[in-house]
Design a protein around this ligand. Structure first.
Ligand code: ATP
Length: 363
């Protein structure tokens, strides 16, 4: 069973909300649609569900084009939040609720409730009402209710957005396990990157209706395909420094001039040798990969500590070099004070290079 989107496009008047989106989701695979508010995530999901018709392109479910099918004929399960249980019904009745609409026999309903209750370990609370449940239990019942119809695929829109932080953390792992067991394609819309990085097999990063990258969480984080993805994924945000390639030293070592007349010689990657001297680039380095020392060295920039923000086990340090703000995350034990002069170091092979057209120089 699969979901395939082919050049899927949705226009609302002059606005192109979804612009030629292509992706596939396989059996048992969880794809998270991630992107800033208004980028077209929900509209994409609604087109899969049939709640919105495509202006152009196709939605293909299990190999069948379903563009003209009404939502009920697509057999997809779409849920907005794992919440809203009926307070007067027991857990078993809440679970069975979506099945009554399908005129299913009582024995078949009992069988399904039993199966879901086994999967989600709800056996001991089947007779209770929502008012008697802990928050985490309520969520599990709500998940159960949204998957009990055994649809061809699951679509979730910001399923955890209303939960408090702790419950959200618990639910992320739990939902992922359940979805893996069910072997159906799943699309989850979220604007929470941690949710996407922990729950997804693949992430589709969207901006302005278009897909910027579809890849594993690891690759989206480690090899962002362009400047937008690089800046969007990861907290604190990746440092992005405009620079000019001034010299090539061989073996992937290159000299860059950054704005403000500082230059540095750092080991990047051999692909840098494909660029011409004078090429305009953006250098990207994650705050956790940047290092500092008290001694000047050629492989970094001289900076001054602008602000020190303790974050528990780590400290977020804001550095200024006159022209740029750089973020560094370091162990809380490193003694640092605002106003100190320090030298940043760009360790070998930790720096991404984005070319003038904002694309990653691929390694
Ligand atoms: P959010 O995270 O804020 O929900 P989103 O990424 O899910 O955002 P969509 O809700 O898909 O984005 O909206 C994409 C764009 O389409 C937005 O500019 C939105 O205002 C517009 N839009 C969505 N639905 C309609 C509609 N029915 N009529 C007109 N414009 C719409």
């Amino acid at each position: 069973m699969t979901i395939e989107l082919k050049s899927l496009t949705k226009r609302f008047g002059a606005l192109t909300a979804v612009d030629s989106v292509d992706f596939d989701v396989g059996d048992g695979e969880v794809l998270c649609l991630l992107g800033p508010s208004g980028c077209g995530k929900t509209t994409t999901l609604r087109m899969i569900a049939g709640l919105e018709y495509a202006t152009e392109g196709d939605v293909v479910l299990q190999g069948k084009r379903v563009n003209e099918l009404a939502p009920r004929d697509r057999n997809v399960a779409m849920s907005f939040q794992f919440y809203a249980l009926y307070p007067s019904l027991t857990v078993a009745e809440n679970l069975a609720f979506p099945l009554h609409a399908e005129k299913m026999s009582k024995s078949e309903i009992d069988k399904r409730v039993q199966k879901i209750s086994d999967t989600l370990q709800l056996g001991s609370i089947l007779g209770r009402r929502p008012g008697q449940l802990a928050e985490g239990e309520k969520q599990r019942v709500a998940v159960g209710r949204s998957i009990i119809r055994d649809p061809t695929c699951f679509l979730f829109d910001e399923p955890l957005s209303r939960l408090d932080v702790q419950l959200r953390e618990e639910m992320r792992g739990e939902i992922k396990e359940v979805l893996q067991d069910l072997s159906r394609p799943t699309v989850i819309v979220t604007h929470d990157q941690l949710e996407a990085l922990t729950m997804a097999d693949r992430i589709a990063v969207m901006r302005d209706g278009r897909i910027e990258q579809v890849d594993t969480p690891h690759n989206v984080f480690q090899r962002p395909s362009n400047l937008f993805v690089a800046g969007f994924i990861g907290t604190p945000q990746m440092n992005l420094l405009p620079a000019t390639l001034t010299d090539l030293k061989g073996d992937g070592v290159a000299e860059f001039a950054v704005e403000g007349n500082q230059s540095m010689i750092i080991e990047v990657d051999r692909r840098v040798e494909e660029l011409a001297r004078g090429a305009k680039v953006t250098l990207g380095i994650r705050p956790r990969n940047l290092e500092i020392s008290r001694e000047p060295s050629a492989d970094g920039l001289s900076t001054k500590i602008d602000m020190v923000e303790p974050m528990g086990a780590e400290t977020l340090v804001h550095l200024k070099d006159g022209h740029h703000d750089l973020r560094l995350v370091t162990d809380w034990r490193v003694p640092l004070a605002e106003g100190d002069h320090v030298h940043t170091k760009f360790p070998p092979k930790m720096t991404h290079i984005f070319t003038e057209d904002e694309q990653l120089l691929r390694t």
